[in-house]
Design a protein around this ligand. Structure first.
Ligand code: DP6
Length: 353
């Protein structure tokens, strides 16, 4: 008997950034964060999991290439899912398939976007892994605490729309979970532009970058303790009121403070490049020109800008970008490609893969 399920999961973009862990193994953050889940019509991870009594061992393929199943974060997710499945069996659920627990899994996962483009792929990847494994083992309910143990930001990809990851207080991490603030239908006019300035790999990964920041940056400590708690409240309210100017200003300030903590890290970490800085000044000039905050930028651990803007202003903003970064400029160095997204739902099962 074999069992096979395919699911997809979305990418998310943080507007209040997660940076820094208080527990490396459980992936517990030093501050809460808030993100927008992108629609899966363009960016997504697709994962197929098969179980069979004939499989000799657990195996995993990422984008067509077999990877080491013993990677600690993959092992955490597998272990936690199997633990939940065992618990369900011991709770005496009669519908539960007793055989599947002893079966090995084969996992096959593909991104429909280049991993190296700096667009968070670990979030969609681990969210999809956990969601698909849960389907295979027949587990329902709260799964963000397991996805979190694959990659911190992955817990936010377990829900659609506007999502907060509450840092929690407990040492075992049981209260460090993601929660939907508003569904994707809440703010239909909101658009998310991804401006790809560079497809180069990021110099320092987020996992090791935030480790150095926690060890060396006192600005990060200040941010986590005294800045983010207030911003989480303000951001949640801005989203609930659909107050674009408040949402946008907080988004830009939080991205700037995150990159300031990177600069305050010793040795310093630079994720923004020349093009990123030009995009930042373009957005401020654009807003000043219109006498109101119409666009916001945010940057993760890489140079690509993500822009939040309302639907009606997308054409004029894209025009401004094309004006400042003409396609023929600098032998292609400053060329920017632009992708437009909406907010979207969380992971789902593909019925007919
Ligand atoms: C800058 O979730 O990739 O994108 O938990 O070590 O896997 P690990 O890190 P990761 O960090 C994401 C950092 C960020 C900000 C964010 O998404 O909140």
């Amino acid at each position: 008997k074999s069992n096979i399920v395919t699911c997809t999961a979305p990418v998310n973009i943080a507007v209040i950034k997660y940076w820094g862990k208080r527990n490396e193994e459980l992936i517990l953050p030093i501050n809460s964060s808030l993100s927008v889940t992108l629609h899966q019509d363009q960016l997504k991870t697709t994962t197929t999991v098969a179980t069979s009594r004939s499989f000799q061992e657990d195996r995993i393929w990422l984008n067509g290439k077999e990877e080491d199943i013993n990677h600690p974060r993959i092992q955490s997710c597998l272990r936690e899912i199997r633990r939940l499945a065992r618990k369900r069996r011991s709770d005496g659920d009669p519908g539960f398939d007793l055989t599947s627990l002893s079966h090995k899994v084969h996992i096959c996962s593909v991104n429909n976007f280049p991993t190296a483009a700096g667009l968070a792929s670990s979030a969609a990847g681990f969210a999809c892994l956990v969601y698909t494994l849960a389907q295979v083992f027949g587990i329902e309910g709260e799964l963000s605490g397991i996805a979190r143990q694959g990659s911190g930001s992955a817990c936010r990809s377990m829900y659609g729309g506007f999502v907060q990851w509450i840092m929690g207080q407990k040492d075992d991490g049981k209260d460090s979970l993601a929660q939907q603030v508003e569904p994707e239908t809440h703010w239909p006019e909101l658009r998310i532009l991804v401006l790809v300035a560079s497809a180069e790999r990021k110099p320092i990964g987020s996992t090791s970058g935030m480790q150095t920041s926690v060890q060396t940056s006192c600005l990060l400590k200040h941010r986590a303790e005294s800045v983010v708690p207030g911003r989480m409240v303000e951001m949640t309210e801005a989203v609930q009121r659909k107050d674009f100017a408040a949402f946008a200003e907080l988004t830009m300030k939080d991205s700037n403070q995150f990159h300031a903590t990177c600069l305050d890290t010793y040795p310093p970490i630079f994720y923004l490049n020349n093009v990123s800085q030009q995009v930042i000044s373009l957005v401020h000039r654009y807003n000043r020109h219109h006498g109101e905050t119409r666009a916001a930028y945010t940057f993760d651990a890489g140079p690509n800008a993500v822009i939040f803007i309302l639907q009606q202003h997308v054409p004029e903003f894209v025009q401004a970008v094309q004006h400042f970064f003409p396609p023929e400029s600098n032998g292609g160095h400053d060329m920017i490609s632009c992708f437009v997204f909406k907010a979207g739902p969380g992971p789902c099962v593909v019925e007919d893969p």
